[in-house]
Design a protein around this ligand. Structure first.
Ligand SMILES: [Zn+2]
Length: 349
């Protein structure tokens, strides 16, 4: 039996970084097991221990095939490591807010070259949430309960959530539910034209309760970084899915009435430009989700740092741009419905 770690340089890189981040609190959320081996799911926290303080959580490696997300976060952590040594602005930021990281949620899946975890479960289809619309037979990608040998398998309701999804859910619950303002960036990659920032719901085309806040954030990004590359939109505009973990955690936070603000975003990196320029990449299964030429990977890593820094500043300064009055929220909601949900009064389309 070959060692899973041998196929996972990302884990070694991450573990080398952990002791080198000044002031970081690190812990192992859980162990992902396969064939008698156990791989840790690491979490990193920078900033105050107070869980009501604002927070930005970075997540990657939910889908094991999408290695680029983990590598983008490792690159961001390396630049933070350097900045922590000299950047006084970063010190100020970390006095009032937290930067949290779970850079590799599904280490065993990544080591095995799977989208799913080793039990064949797609961790982004594994929560108890059901989509509003029923799936047709050919819509396996929306989540299926037929077989773990087919992609997008949800697992069974009886076995509950997988160890990896549970580890992430528990971290979000303990660290973010009480936060005054928490934003999540969960990095994925796949066959899309252009980089996307998606927000819930995945299960429904109906707007979520914090649509005004998300619209305000989208406008803030557009005005601060004119001509930025991202399409900012609800995931359900593209397709709806069963079992989305962020839908589940968003709704759960509201049911629990923890009093915080939780805005989960998914950053979907488009792999299209990577194989348009390198068609041979299509032959490799990994190539659909990952840029294989080193210079291209470096470009992807650089490309998103601006967004990450912007989000950290947005969380830090949330009182300056989040809507404060009912009238402001109403106006943002109206504009959001026009842009994303098919106009005023139509609501879900
Ligand atoms: Zn993914």
């Amino acid at each position: 039996m070959t060692s899973l770690r041998a196929s996972l340089p990302e884990l070694a890189e991450l573990e080398a970084l952990l002791p080198e981040l000044p002031g970081a609190r690190t812990r192992t959320l859980a162990l992902a097991r396969h064939a008698g081996q156990a791989l840790p799911i690491h979490a990193i926290a920078l900033g105050p221990a107070d869980v009501t303080s604002p927070a930005l959580l970075f997540v990657a490696g939910v889908h094991g095939l999408e290695r680029v997300g983990t590598q983008v976060l490792l690159s961001y952590l390396r630049s933070l490591r350097a900045a922590l040594g000299w950047d006084e602005l970063l010190d100020q930021l970390l006095r009032r807010m937290r930067l949290l990281f779970v850079p590799l949620v599904n280490p065993a899946g990544m080591a095995l070259g799977l989208r799913s975890n080793p039990r064949g479960v797609d961790l982004m289809r594994n929560s108890p949430v059901r989509a509003d619309e029923r799936s047709r037979w050919y819509e396996l990608h929306r989540g299926q309960r037929l077989s773990p040998y087919l992609p997008w398998y949800q697992g069974t309701p009886e076995s509950g959530m997988e160890v990896e999804s549970r580890a992430l859910a528990e971290l979000v619950q303990t660290e973010l539910f009480a936060s005054r303002c928490a934003i999540v960036v969960d990095v994925h990659s796949g066959f899309l034209a252009g980089d996307r920032i998606w927000f819930p719901y995945a299960r429904s085309r109906a707007p979520l309760a914090h649509t005004p806040e998300l619209f305000a954030l989208a406008e803030l990004l557009a005005h601060t970084h004119e001509g930025h590359v991202y399409t900012f939109e609800p995931q359900a505009i593209n397709y709806t899915t069963h079992g989305d973990l962020w839908d589940y955690l968003y709704d759960f936070a509201r049911e629990r009435g923890a009093g915080g603000l939780l805005l989960p975003l998914t950053l979907e990196l488009s792999s299209y430009p990577w194989y348009r320029k390198n068609p041979r990449q299509l032959v490799h299964r990994l190539g659909l989700f990952h840029p294989m030429k080193p210079h291209r990977l470096a470009r992807v890593q650089r490309r998103h740092k601006t967004l990450f820094d912007f989000l950290a500043r947005a969380v830090f300064s949330h009182e300056r741009w989040l809507p404060q009055s009912a009238a402001q929220r109403h106006e943002l909601e109206r504009r959001a419905r026009e842009r994303w949900f098919g106009g005023v009064g139509q609501g879900a389309r």
